[in-house]
Write a protein that binds this ligand. Structure first.
Ligand code: GLN
Length: 190
C-alpha cells in the first residue's frame, strides 16, 4: 500500500482523506506530527487558510519534515492554500512558507465577485474528460520558472502546474466526485 498523508492542521483534511479511501492500494493517513510525515510515500497539503497553516507548521516543528520529504522527491500536492504554502513567491504577501515550488502566486486572486465559483476545465495531461473545478477564495499562478509544467489555465490564468514531484492546484478536487487528479498525483510516485 502507498501511504498517502494529508497535512492535518486546518482546512479540508477530512474531504481529502475520504477521496483517498476510495482509491485501491492507498492507505490514507492523517499527518500532524513529524514522524508520521517522514513515513509517507506522498503528501497532500489541503486548502484552508495559508497564513494559519504556515504559522502552525513552524510552531509544531513540521516544516523541516516537509522540506525533507521534498528533498527525497516524495510527491507533494498543494490545493488552494496548499499551493500558496509551496510557492517560492507570493505577489501580495511578504511571507514565504515552504518555498519549494518555482511559482509565484497571487492570493485571493478572484476578488469578491467571484469569491467562490465552479467551472469545468479541459486538462489533457490529467483526464480525457472535462474536470469539474471548485474555486474558493482561490489563488492563481502569475508566473512559473523553467522547470514548471503548466497543466491548466482558466480565463488565461494558470490554475494547475507541476514541477518534478510537486503538484499545485488553485481548485479543490476533494470537493468533487472526480478522482482523476488523485490518480495523476499518485503517478508522480513512480
Ligand atoms: N484564501 C485562502 C488563503 O489565502 C485560501 C483559500 C482556500 O484554501 N480555499 O490562504
Amino acid at each position: 500500500n502507498l501511504r498517502v498523508g494529508v497535512l492535518a492542521i486546518q482546512g479540508s483534511v477530512r474531504e481529502h482523506i475520504e477521496k483517498l479511501n476510495l482509491i485501491d492500494g492507498v492507505e490514507a493517513v492523517l499527518a500532524k506530527d513529524k514522524n508520521t510525515l517522514l513515513s509517507l510515500d506522498a503528501l497532500i497539503i489541503p486548502g484552508g487558510e495559508s497564513t494559519a497553516i504556515g504559522k502552525m507548521i513552524v510552531d509544531f516543528g513540521l516544516k523541516e519534515a516537509i522540506l525533507k520529504l521534498n528533498e527525497r522527491k516524495i510527491p507533494i500536492w498543494g490545493t488552494c492554500a496548499g499551493m500558496i504554502l509551496m510557492a517560492k513567491y507570493i505577489v501580495n504577501d511578504d511571507k514565504v512558507h515552504l518555498g519549494i515550488m518555482d511559482i509565484s502566486v497571487k492570493r485571493n486572486a478572484y476578488g469578491s465577485q467571484l469569491d467562490s465559483f465552479k467551472t469545468k476545465l479541459m486538462i489533457p495531461a490529467v483526464s480525457n474528460n472535462e474536470i469539474e473545478a471548485v474555486f474558493i477564495r482561490a489563488p492563481y499562478i502569475e508566473n512559473v520558472g523553467n522547470g514548471v509544467r503548466i497543466l491548466a489555465k482558466h480565463q488565461g490564468k494558470i490554475v494547475a502546474a507541476q514541477q518534478d514531484n510537486l503538484l499545485a492546484t488553485s481548485f479543490h478536487p476533494e470537493l468533487t466526485d472526480d478522482l482523476s487528479f488523485y490518480k495523476y498525483f499518485l503517478r508522480l510516485n513512480s
